[in-house]
Design a binder for this molecule. Structure first.
Ligand SMILES: [Zn+2]
Length: 215
């Protein structure tokens, strides 16, 4: 009886996999289901109190560090048991370091599919420009430069009270547009765009809904 049940499950699984992989509706359904399962996984971890850095303010920095290492042991242990396929990223995303933005929630699984550069205020320095150019040299076809609503770095830049305390951050936000122009003007980037080998898009992220709005 058990063998029959297993065989039936395997058959259903194979058919689902075939339908899922071979039709656009199936692939879309798999994409959404995968995201939902990731959410379920995050939800499981959310509910475990000792995993919560945010609300346990009584623990000291070394205890937080120990906790982080323990999480890494648990996570990397799972990864070695369930290795994933590797992919060559075609997209590079520049995103603010704001913890409310999860790139996996923005566009699905970004692990191994995207190069993700995170900086305060989504600002580039010369280093990030070079890093993105290196990504393009390694095959990236789309660079997405983002900003987001309710950005703490932008608030610093706009605040007469906070700017004296965080002058470099304020300046970096001020220079954000100039840095974008500088990046677009880099010879290798300009040439790739002109040849149609690279697109550079600018989007605003709605922080609370994850919606992207092209700028
Ligand atoms: Zn921000």
């Amino acid at each position: 009886m058990k063998v029959k049940l297993l065989a039936a499950c395997a058959a259903v699984g194979l058919v689902s996999l075939f339908v899922g992989r071979c039709t656009s509706v199936g692939r879309e359904a798999q994409f959404v289901m995968g995201g939902a399962l990731v959410d379920v996984g995050y939800g499981l971890q959310d509910g475990i109190e000792s995993y919560d850095f945010e609300h346990d303010h009584e623990i000291g920095p070394e205890e937080v560090w120990e906790e982080m290492l323990r999480h890494n042991r648990l996570s990397s242990g799972m990864r070695s048991r369930f290795p994933r396929a590797t992919h060559h990223p075609l997209v590079a995303l520049l995103v603010c370091m704001d913890a409310r933005i999860d790139t996996n929630e923005l566009v699905g699984d970004t692990r191994r599919f995207y190069y993700v550069v995170r900086t305060a205020g989504s600002v580039m320095s010369e280093r990030e420009e070079e890093m993105l150019e290196l990504a393009v040299a390694n095959g990236v076809k789309l660079v997405v430069l983002t900003t987001h609503s309710d950005c703490a770095a932008e608030k610093v830049a706009a605040s007469a009270e906070l700017r004296p305390r965080f002058p470099a951050l304020g300046r970096a936000v001020d220079e954000r547009e100039a840095r974008v122009s500088s990046f677009l003007g880099r010879p290798a980037i300009a040439a790739a765009v002109q040849k149609g080998e690279l697109a550079v898009k600018r989007v605003a992220i709605e922080t609370l809904t994850d919606q992207l709005v092209e700028r």
